[in-house]
Design a binder for this molecule. Structure first.
Ligand SMILES: [Zn+2]
Ligand SMILES: [Zn+2]
Ligand SMILES: [Zn+2]
Length: 90
């Protein structure tokens, strides 16, 4: 399985400091894991979180690739292709 959306990647580095899910911070909700959109850098929460903001962001924008924003995790996920990718350490 391959991903054909790698040319949509604009932001690969996690924000410093990483504050959390932007939407949950605004509404005072909590999250389980953090994900970051690789097209625009938006940080959202995972599908185990109550609000699933990372997936909501994909539905709204069509940005297909997210990466884990958890410490030590360097995988990305493509919603369109249903495929996990490993990011190069940079
Ligand atoms: Zn893809
Ligand atoms: Zn959230
Ligand atoms: Zn995005």
């Amino acid at each position: 399985m391959e991903c054909s959306h790698l040319d949509s990647v604009r932001v690969a580095q996690l924000p410093e400091p990483l504050e959390g899910c932007e939407e949950c911070l605004r509404t005072g909700d909590s999250w389980v894991h953090l994900r970051m959109c690789l097209a625009c850098g938006k940080v959202g929460c995972c599908d185990n979180s109550r609000n699933r903001h990372a997936t909501a962001h994909f539905r709204e924008t069509g940005h297909p690739l997210i990466r884990s924003a958890e410490p030590g995790e360097d995988w990305a996920w493509c919603y369109e292709d249903d495929v996990t990718l490993l990011l190069q350490a940079s």
